[in-house]
Design a protein around this ligand. Structure first.
Ligand code: F6P
Length: 321
């Protein structure tokens, strides 16, 4: 039975991470457990950069973007020496279990650390929604809404100038932000890494077709994993004669106050992680399945295949004519 647990945020930050940390702290203290906050991801474990958290340490953070624990990507945790050191430090700090809020890379560390004797539970926290085992990752909803708001603004100026705007949204290996933002913003075309595309067929022809029915401004949403928005904008301008601008939304999508969905799911996942650790169960990752939280073995979770919503993509194509 875990009496003292630690919590860290790792990898790219995501809105809602604070809500997850808060939930871990409160659910653990509700059970009489001690909670140690680890700063800057696994680096904090390796350097013993930690602080005991109390109920008020997590006050006023549920509505804040970023992570009060800071975050980092740790190269050292990819080595056997790093894992050994982290496990040793956990033992020295009296940590009986660890909650890791992050993405796939962070879960790999959590798995190795579990095998080294420190039970770890992962919570999917990344704006990309790219954790195969989970329908949802904390931060995704906020990021999409931010992207939608930004593209709406770009649309205003594209409309005023009768221009085409090519907008890159985040998502290194995953087109979910692009797909949903593209739909919500009425994009003419959405390019994602999961679906093969042809620029002539899927961008240029669509612009021509829409132009022939009276449309004068166009939004093309491109996932980061596809990239090349500057070149694409130049190509569109050359092929269609329509003045075209490229915008990379970038890290603005990672910030901001989390949406209700992110706060609630983060809270549910945080408490679930504590319930597992309370029983001494580690090597698990919390996931959302059919709208409910569940947990999986980390290795099983990492080996699951991610499914892109092709039906929704098809719908996007059908309505962007
Ligand atoms: O994984 C989240 C993410 O925001 C990706 O969409 C993006 O590719 C990456 O992180 C950017 O990372 P960094 O903050 O290190 O530039």
């Amino acid at each position: 039975m875990a009496k003292s647990i630690a919590v860290l945020t790792s990898g790219g930050d995501a809105p809602g991470m604070n809500a997850a940390v808060r939930s871990v702290v409160r659910a653990a203290m509700f059970r009489g457990m001690k909670v140690i906050g680890v700063f800057r991801g696994y680096n904090g474990l390796l350097n013993k950069d930690v602080k005991e958290l109390d109920l008020r340490s997590v006050s006023d953070c549920i509505n804040r973007g970023g992570t009060i624990l800071y975050t980092a990507r740790s190269e050292e945790m990819k080595t056997p020496e790093g894992i050994e050191k982290a496990a040793k430090n956990c033992k020295e700090l009296g940590v009986d279990g660890l909650v890791v809020i992050g993405g796939d890379g962070s879960f790999r560390g959590a798995r190795k650390l579990s095998l080294a004797g420190i039970p770890c539970v992962g919570i999917p926290g990344t704006i990309d929604n790219d954790i195969s085992c989970s329908e949802y990752t904390v931060g995704f909803d906020t990021a999409m809404n931010t992207a939608m708001e930004m593209v709406d603004k770009i649309r205003d100026t594209a409309q005023s100038h009768d221009r085409c705007s090519v907008v890159e949204v985040m998502g290194r290996r995953c087109g979910d932000i692009a797909l949903q933002t593209g739909i919500a913003c009425g994009a003419t075309s959405i390019l994602v890494p999961e679906i093969e595309f042809d620029i002539e067929r899927d961008v240029i022809s669509k612009i021509y077709e829409q132009k022939s029915t009276g449309k004068k401004h166009f939004i093309i949403v491109v996932a980061e994993g596809v990239g090349g928005v500057e070149d694409l904008a130049k190509y569109i301008e050359k092929r269609t004669g329509i003045e075209t601008r490229a915008t990379i939304l970038g890290h603005v999508q990672r910030g901001g106050s989390p949406t209700l969905r992110d706060r609630v799911i983060a809270t549910a996942m945080g408490a679930d992680a504590v319930r597992l650790l309370e029983k001494g169960i580690g090597n698990r990752v919390i996931a959302l399945k059919d709208g409910k939280t569940v947990d999986y073995d980390i290795l099983e979770a990492l080996e699951m295949e991610r499914k892109f919503d092709e039906q929704l993509y098809q719908t996007a194509m059908e309505v962007s004519i």
